[in-house]
Ligand binder design. Structure first.
Ligand SMILES: [Zn+2]
Length: 373
């Protein structure tokens, strides 16, 4: 009884171009018409004849079916009666079509060609084109293009979509991604034994990270010794939040790409299928901080890329302060600059803090393959 599931991954290439006013005006007109159709659908009323007429006359069929034909595979308003959508999103409704020579958007000679109210060609930079060709070679199930306006510029996104049906592999290469560590992101690779542990830390935050790490240690120490109250713990959380700020989007993407590449390479070398367990951050000191947002977007991005490659993954709570043997609360026995040794006062289990999530992961493994543990 294995846990079969469908994973969906997306890869997106965003291009921007300066275009003349007519094109921008066309997109604005389209958005007005599409919004009308959106609200008509949303409120369960017939769209006005005048609007339908303008849709038919003003928008080429490539971009039209997606807002009027519910059977179209990329129909824009699927299930909107049930899902609330913020108004700002509605006003930015993109033009959507499949990426194909017979459609409203296609690639020719390194350019994205759009058939809007007039033909628009956007040169794809060489590195982006190389990236795109690699992704296309990985055989996406669906290729679409969406077009909208941002700050007076034309934005076109090529969206590639891939669906994979996966089961947890038996006897896998186990990969544990711990986003909860005060070191940043820790990745363990396990194949019967620990092959490798890698640590990644968001950039420009080094000072903040060290301070936060120290604050968390002090807080946990005081808590373990029963020296501070809940109100005082909350004060530490507030200080931790204030210590952190900054934006790290490209770091997230690059690090995720690097980790997924490594997962696939190590799995190949070991002749195994990888199984990735991801621990999502849940420290109250991090709640609402930019660091937590970074870690969450990291997890989302990682899950997306793993899904694209059909690598089985699951989110699991992998504790670092609860004993994997008996469930007792671990306490810090020894801390040096490089490591923290935790021990269980009940069963005498002992381990380096960063390794404890791996013990938890190994505990989950048999159950994931449908075996009784
Ligand atoms: Zn124990």
């Amino acid at each position: 009884m294995s846990q079969r599931k469908v994973e969906e991954g997306f890869r997106i290439l965003t291009l921007e171009a300066n275009v003349d006013r007519e094109v921008i005006e066309f997109i604005r007109q389209y958005q007005v018409l599409a919004s009308h159709l959106y609200w008509a659908k949303r409120l369960g009323i017939q769209p006005s004849d005048a609007v339908m007429q303008r849709v038919k006359e003003g928008i080429k069929s490539y971009w039209r079916w997606q807002i009027i034909n519910e059977k179209d595979p990329i129909y824009l308003f699927k299930g909107i009666e049930k899902t609330p959508m913020p108004y700002s999103v509605v006003l930015k409704l993109p033009l959507v079509d499949a990426l194909h020579e017979n459609k409203g958007a296609f690639i020719r000679d390194g350019k994205l060609v759009l058939r809007l109210n007039k033909k628009v060609e956007i040169t794809i930079p060489p590195r982006a084109l190389e990236w795109l060709n690699k992704r296309l070679a990985e055989k996406p199930d669906r290729k679409t293009v969406r077009v909208f306006e941002r700050g007076g510029k034309l934005v076109a996104q090529i969206v590639l979509h891939k669906k994979n049906e996966v089961v947890p592999p038996k006897n896998p290469l186990l990969v544990v991604v711990d986003l909860n560590s005060s070191h940043g992101i820790v990745v363990h690779y396990w194949d019967g034994k620990l092959i490798k542990t890698e640590k990644y830390r968001p950039p420009n935050r080094a000072g903040g990270w060290i301070t936060v790490k120290r604050l968390m240690e002090i807080r946990d120490n005081l808590y373990n010794q029963g020296c501070i109250t809940q109100a005082q713990i909350n004060k530490y959380s507030a200080i931790i939040r204030r210590t952190l700020s900054g934006s790290v989007k490209s770091w997230v993407q690059q690090t995720v790409d690097r980790i997924v590449m490594r997962v696939r390479r190590i799995a190949r070398r070991h002749g195994k299928d990888p199984l990735v367990l991801i621990d999502i951050p849940d420290d109250e000191g991090l709640r609402g901080t930019r660091l937590q947002r970074t870690l969450l977007s990291f997890a989302k991005h990682l899950e997306n890329i793993l899904s694209w490659y059909g690598i089985y993954w699951e989110e699991k709570r992998l504790y670092s302060t609860i004993c994997p043997n008996c469930g007792g609360k671990l306490r810090l026995r020894k801390a040096t600059r490089r490591m923290r040794i935790m021990e269980c006062p009940k069963c005498r289990f002992e381990g380096e803090r960063d390794i404890i999530p791996l013990h938890w992961a190994l505990k989950y493994l048999p159950a994931m393959n449908g075996e009784a543990s």
